[in-house]
Design a protein around this ligand. Structure first.
Ligand SMILES: O=P(O)(O)O[C@@H]1[C@@H](OP(=O)(O)O)[C@H](OP(=O)(O)O)[C@H](O)[C@H](OP(=O)(O)O)[C@H]1OP(=O)(O)O
Ligand SMILES: Nc1ncnc2c1ncn2[C@@H]1O[C@H](COP(=O)(O)OP(=O)(O)OP(=O)(O)O)[C@@H](O)[C@H]1O
Length: 474
């Protein structure tokens, strides 16, 4: 990419979240991730070039030096901070404005600093996968959210050890108007390693994607939550898109039956990708991570108790889900247990402001930061080191609770056109996939009080409404 010859016509709108807007190159498998600012605070909140560059470099350092060692080399692409011509950024901002969903327009793209994060386009395939001539790459994005129930002794409300945060939060989101319908997805089912539970979790993601599920074909988003949230997802339309990948070309099945087969195949492939043990040789039986006893089920999940309590509950050791869950579980005190330690750090910083830098409160995110995360004392010895270690661990866990998984899948084989022969060769893998994790930004130290307030709001709302009585239709 020649930074001095940037042309907005080579880039198009790709997507956005709460903090960044992403554009993709029309020819090369690259994206630019630009910062966003709140319109309310427009005047004051934009950063100078140097501040924005530092902010983006912090994201790169954090992905590379902290999250990559925890999540695995193969899954993480840290990217590179770049400075772009300001004219290019302004033109780009005008160009993408009409593509942006209304629900995200409370923030504007940063057109002041000219800085961005340049990353590989993960919706295009990496070199490990092979594509047929005629079929564009397919990529599925899952934002799985928190996959465990807290077991910390600091938790004050029993419900927190029975119903997961995602399922409780759904009711609060519905009430606040963020979504129009409850999602039946439960992260504990996805992270269970139990095939039946995982199957239903993915099915529920497809039925009500919210911001947890997207599908890209040829780099274009073909399936996600519509801005007009009243509209139910059209699963037959989705199945039409996917049919060439999952049904033999001569297949005669049509209509709902075809949709069922296609979506079933999609779910099977996604489960394989999510459970693949990437660091183990394929011939060796992968080691398993057993999930902690008594914490593997959520009472709000619609699944039958027998299914929840019986059967296999473990994840292959190095699969992407095990890596993410292991990192999320760095939060082992829960926000309730973390709060007093956060206050200890705040008090210490008030007394000794210069300590902020030694304790790496705002970075740098280097090996020494990772060391603080990994070598935090197991017991509270009353020290500031312990408190800071737990705060850092909590922030790492927050990142892992908010990241997304990108699964690029491709039919494979000499002739990757799906023909009937493949159907009778079960030993031959029909798809290859590449799995990546994205959105690994550091969560600000200052956001911890917000986490505490949000936790209380979600909980109070759930208990007040007695949502435990609201059963999902099966
Ligand atoms: O707090 P949560 O669990 O609602 O997560 C926020 C996400 O909401 P979600 O529940 O996934 O719809 C939220 O996602 P949306 O904007 O709702 O798509 C952001 O990812 C937010 O992260 P950040 O503050 O922008 O870095 C997320 O905030 P953090 O808590 O990760 O900072
Ligand atoms: N490297 C990438 N390749 C392809 N698509 C990407 C890439 N990075 C981001 N995207 C797309 O852009 C969207 C927004 O990016 P991202 O999740 O990083 O934004 P965010 O503002 O940090 O999100 P959040 O709301 O979680 O804070 C993603 O959901 C994904 O669809």
């Amino acid at each position: 990419m020649e930074l001095d010859k940037m042309d907005e016509n080579d880039w198009k709108y790709h997507g956005e979240g709460n903090k960044s807007l992403v554009v993709s190159h029309v020819q090369h498998a690259r994206v630019l991730r630009l910062l966003k600012y709140s319109t309310e605070d427009d005047e004051n909140s934009h950063k100078t070039t140097e501040q924005a560059f530092r902010h983006i470099q912090n994201i790169v350092d954090y992905s590379k030096n902290v999250m990559k060692p925890l999540l695995g080399e193969k899954f993480v692409h840290n990217g590179e901070a770049v400075k772009l011509p300001i004219d290019f950024v302004r033109q780009l901002s005008l160009k993408v404005q009409r593509e942006r969903p209304e629900s995200r327009c409370d923030k504007v793209m940063d057109t002041f600093s000219g800085c961005a994060l340049c990353l590989p386009n993960l919706t295009q395939l990496s070199s490990c996968c092979c594509f047929g001539q005629h079929r564009p790459p397919l990529c599925i994005e899952i934002k799985p959210k928190c996959g465990f129930l807290p077991s910390s002794r600091h938790v004050t409300k029993e419900i927190k050890s029975k119903v997961c945060r995602f399922c409780m939060h759904q009711h609060f989101k519905l009430a606040s108007g963020k979504w129009k319908r409850l999602s039946r997805y439960c992260p504990l089912d996805l992270f269970s390693g139990n095939k039946q539970r995982m199957y239903l979790a993915i099915k529920h993601l497809i039925e009500e994607p919210q911001n947890n599920f997207k599908i890209f074909k040829g780099g274009e988003c073909i399936y996600s939550c519509k801005d007009d949230a009243d509209v139910l997802q059209d699963l037959d339309e989705l199945a039409q898109h996917l049919r060439p990948y999952f049904l033999p070309s001569g297949s005669l099945i049509n209509g709902h039956q075809a949709s069922k087969v296609v979506l079933n195949e999609l779910i099977q492939v996604l489960m394989s990708a999510l459970l693949s043990s990437w660091d183990c040789p394929r011939t060796v039986e992968p080691r398993k991570t057993h999930l902690p006893e008594g914490r593997v089920t959520c009472e709000a999940s619609i699944l039958h108790r027998d299914l929840l309590w019986n059967g296999n509950h473990c994840l292959p050791k190095d699969c992407v889900l095990a890596k993410i869950l292991g990192t999320q579980m760095h939060d082992n005190l829960d926000i309730e247990g973390l709060n007093p330690l956060f206050r200890r750090v705040e008090q210490h910083l008030q007394d000794f402001p210069k300590e902020r830098s030694r304790l790496q409160i705002d970075g740098p995110y280097d090996e020494s930061f990772l060391e603080k995360v990994q070598n935090c004392p197991a017991e509270d010895d009353g020290s500031i080191e312990y408190a800071v270690g737990k705060v850092h661990q909590y922030r790492v866990a927050m990142t892992a609770k908010d990241c997304s998984i990108m699964i690029a899948i491709a039919p494979c084989g000499e002739d990757d056109g799906l023909d009937q022969n493949l159907e009778i060769q079960p030993a031959k893998p029909r798809f290859s996939y590449s799995v990546s994790i994205l959105d690994l930004d550091p969560k600000p130290y200052d956001s911890i009080p917000h986490q505490s307030r949000l936790d209380a709001k979600i909980l109070n709302y759930y208990l007040r409404k007695d949502c435990t009585l609201v059963f999902h239709p099966v």
